[in-house]
Design a protein around this ligand. Structure first.
Ligand SMILES: C[S@@+](CC[C@H](N)C(=O)[O-])C[C@H]1O[C@@H](n2cnc3c(N)ncnc32)[C@H](O)[C@@H]1O
Length: 347
């Protein structure tokens, strides 16, 4: 199973690995680490400790401002956003994490329509279950039904529900979908929705190279290197040494009038030639000096769009933009999509 679609290339031959105690999700992690272009499925960064580290960092960072930008938009426009669906509705949070900004939407929905069901969707099982219990306690009118799985599985899980659905995909997490799969991913989601539903995405629009190099710098090492490598070692009985990998940030700027957004490329680079052993898999992995492990299946992490690109992306995926809201600096956007006429769109 791949991070976003179901056809990951498994490059480790079956007899090269002992996989008696390794489940399907974990085999997809091994496949991505041993593929010709080594990468980490984005959900794998977020075990419980990774989720805590991420939440701490995004809320306190002085240079990574996405959380604050999105929070300010939701704070101002939550009532407008929730007015896009009729009631009673179901609220779905794709890649929910701590759902810290989602609280603004929950409060607006409770104010407007009373009791409703909230479905946080995430691979970080313990973390979203703990956060879900806290939300249950904090909001008596809420029924929280966490769904542990990949984004598309979560969308399919709620598709059959009769109530209108408000799907959130916040934190610019859509920016980690490989650029060549963005249209297919949205098109697949669109196929599960009706005209009563809405998909609300938070999208980063900041392309200031200097600001980005500060935002995505070494402050992320505890999450992207240390915790990740400790998770690899724990899950697969490995001997990977975090100190032997360097955290690298790059920025790829694409023409603003083209369809491909600009994006960040994050990776770990091997300091020297080294061999890593994963005892649970009976597997050795050789790294060349400077060889990379990328933080995404595609070329991009953290895509950066402009409004024209967002509008075209929506249209190419069978959606129309019903509304959008930006922050004062106009470098972050929350966009509300509604299904467009099916017959006019194909992928
Ligand atoms: C950067 S956090 C965003 C959390 C929250 N939505 C916010 O805006 O603050 C991304 C979340 O998406 C989850 N995630 C990443 N890839 C996923 C996937 N393919 N399917 C389901 N969840 C995923 C991670 O576990 C993590 O909790």
């Amino acid at each position: 199973m791949s991070d976003h679609v179901s056809d990951a290339i498994t490059t480790v031959s079956d007899d090269a690995i002992k996989h008696s105690d390794v489940d399907e999700d974990m085999m997809s992690v091994v496949a991505s680490l041993t593929s010709p272009r080594r990468y980490v499925p984005s959900w794998y960064l977020y075990d419980t400790r990774g989720s805590e580290l991420c939440e701490e960092q995004i809320q306190k960072s002085k240079t990574y401002k996405l959380w604050q930008h999105e929070y300010s938009i939701l704070q101002t426009h939550a009532d407008d956003i929730v007015s896009k669906v009729s009631y009673p509705a179901v609220l779905v949070d794709l890649g929910s994490g701590a759902s810290s900004k989602t609280r603004l939407i929950i409060e607006a929905m409770l104010k407007r329509g009373g009791r409703f069901t909230f479905v946080p969707v995430d691979m970080a099982k313990e973390f979203i279950e703990t956060c879900g219990r806290q939300l249950d306690t904090d909001y008596p009118g809420l029924t929280v039904e966490p769904f542990v799985g990949l984004y598309m599985d979560g969308v399919r899980h709620v598709a059959a529900r009769e109530e209108p659905k408000l799907l959130l995909w916040l934190g610019s997490s859509f920016g980690n979908v490989p650029v060549h799969q963005e249209v297919k991913m949205l098109h697949d989601i669109r196929a599960q929705l009706s005209d009563k539903d809405r998909l609300v995405l938070g999208m980063d629009m900041n392309t200031d190279r200097e600001a980005l190099s500060q935002a995505y710098g070494d402050q992320w090492i505890p999450l992207l290197r240390d915790n990740l490598i400790s998770r690899y070692n724990k899950d697969f009985a490995g001997n990977m040494d975090a100190e032997k990998f360097k955290h690298i940030f790059e920025f790829v700027e694409n023409p603003p009038d083209g369809d491909t957004p600009s994006y960040v490329v994050k990776s770990l680079s091997s300091s020297g030639k080294q061999r890593v052993h994963f005892g649970k898999l009976g597997l050795d992995i050789d790294f060349e000096d400077g060889e990379r492990v990328y933080f995404c299946e595609g070329p991009n992490t953290s895509s950066k769009w402009n409004l024209g690109q967002l509008r075209r992306l929506a249209e190419r995926s069978g959606f129309a933009v019903e509304a959008h809201w930006t922050n004062d600096e106009e470098n972050y956007c929350v966009i509300c999509l509604v299904v467009a006429d099916v017959d006019q769109h194909s992928v």
